[in-house]
Design a protein around this ligand. Structure first.
Ligand SMILES: *[C@@H]1O[C@H](CO)[C@@H](O)[C@H](O)[C@H]1NC(C)=O
Ligand SMILES: *[C@@H]1O[C@H](CO)[C@@H](O)[C@H](O)[C@H]1NC(C)=O
Ligand SMILES: *[C@@H]1O[C@H](CO)[C@@H](O)[C@H](O)[C@H]1NC(C)=O
Length: 202
């Protein structure tokens, strides 16, 4: 009995340190809780939402594929960019748009930098140029076949350097990649274009 009562007593000289550890533990715990609550509040205020991209229209002009598989053409796309965020606006610092046919890059352009306000829809006109592109024989054969059918399927890719802005705060630059696939374009302008939804990877 006597022994037990001795061991439950704090060893002499140690109580102050034990108290110190407890204060440090409480202090660290409070900091974790405060940071956690702050992150939650910021998240709740900003409520980041994924951007929405669709291709609303597309057309082909000046198409010319020669016998030796060289392609000249322009591909025009109307790209709808929607920022659903109520607090975050977006700086687009550079935008590259390319079109692929059967995984072969055939046309390219860059777009002007722009700023997109909150809850904003912006329509981007992208006129992609294929100038004297040398194509592998198999691809030019498929292109010829599709031309005679009256429509081709392209993958449209966007690569943009963007920054989010919330009030005075600006995020780092990050690269946003967008793929819209397949975009079916009719050679005849009388055919209706079917809107294509895009996938976004930030
Ligand atoms: C296509 O280009 C070739 C060589 O530039 C030209 O001879 C031909 O007339 C063009 N075809 C059309 C339909 O524009
Ligand atoms: C979207 O923002 C642009 C400016 O970047 C503005 O010209 C356009 O009118 C805005 N559109 C809507 C629907 O608010
Ligand atoms: C494509 O355009 C280039 C210059 O713009 C021209 O030299 C070439 O002949 C054209 N090729 C075709 C197939 O039209």
């Amino acid at each position: 009995m006597a022994n037990n009562s001795v061991t439950t007593q704090p060893p002499p000289g140690h109580p102050p340190r034990k108290g110190l550890f407890r204060y440090i533990a409480i202090f660290l715990l409070s900091i974790i809780v405060i940071v956690g609550v702050a992150v939650l509040i910021i998240w709740w205020i900003v409520k980041p939402k994924q951007l929405v991209y669709t291709i609303e229209d597309a057309s082909i002009h000046n198409y010319n594929l020669t016998g030796n598989s060289r392609l000249n053409s322009t591909f025009d796309f109307n790209i709808r960019a929607y920022n659903p965020n109520g607090r975050a606006s977006i700086d687009y610092d550079s935008i590259e748009v390319s079109a692929e046919y059967e995984n072969q890059n055939i046309a390219f352009t860059t777009l002007e930098p722009f700023q997109q306000p909150t809850r904003n829809v912006t329509h981007l006109e992208a006129n992609l140029v294929a100038q004297n592109i040398a194509l592998p024989k198999s691809i030019s054969n498929d292109l010829r076949r599709d031309k005679s059918k009256g429509e081709i399927d392209l993958d449209v890719r966007l690569k943009a350097k963007i920054r989010f802005k919330v009030g005075l705060w600006k995020s780092d630059h990050r690269t946003m990649r967008i793929i819209c696939s397949p975009v079916t374009i009719h050679f005849s302008s009388s055919k209706n274009f079917e809107r294509t939804e895009c996938e976004i990877d930030i």
